[in-house]
Write a new protein. Sequence first.
Length: 235
Amino acid sequence: MLKGINFKNLIDAGDPVALGKFYSEGGADELVFLDITATEDNRKTLRDLVERIAREINIPFTVGGGIKSISDIRELLTVGADKISIGSIAVRNPSFVKEASEYFGSQCIVISVDAKKKDAGWEVYINGGRNATGIDAILFSKEMEKLGAGELLVNSLDRDGTKKGFDIELLNRICEVVNIPVIASSGAGAVEDFIKVFNETNVDATLAVSIFHKGDISVRGLKKVLQKNNLQIRL
């Protein structure tokens, strides 16, 4: 499993199967596996790896990376994924989002919004955060909801791996224009970052990697702290 900073300089963070089992048993509510180099490398998400991870966990499992067709989605759902995260194809062919959500149901389709600050707004990037699109991230998020997406996974390219906290402004702007669940990703470095994002935005969930991989705090430990701060958390 690889993790980097600003979606670059990827380093080995451990075996994804073992980590999946560890988090499933450690109190995580869901597991997200994003093969962020799949589109850039022009290959599909690692099917066999997804199947191996699915066998070891008993929580909802979202998988993304290299999705290009309905058959790609069907294949991953067949081997154990519960939801599919799509990003680059949603930008290149927005109608695919409508097709996929109608075929599999909105609850199955998660849109990965990879956004980077630009002037007074945020620009959508594709290919694992490598290529700018010129598309406004706020308008894109709103369009994805209209096309049938069930959730938005918002990745801040400016905050990814930095441990400087979630991008509160970006998350609030997106939450203001959509009525579907928003998952905050990128930037978590301390317990206070989670408390802040839940108190200052309307996000429905948070996603974090480095803070857990490096043992800064456990998932259950974090949940207990959040509960003590009067946040509704499933323990």
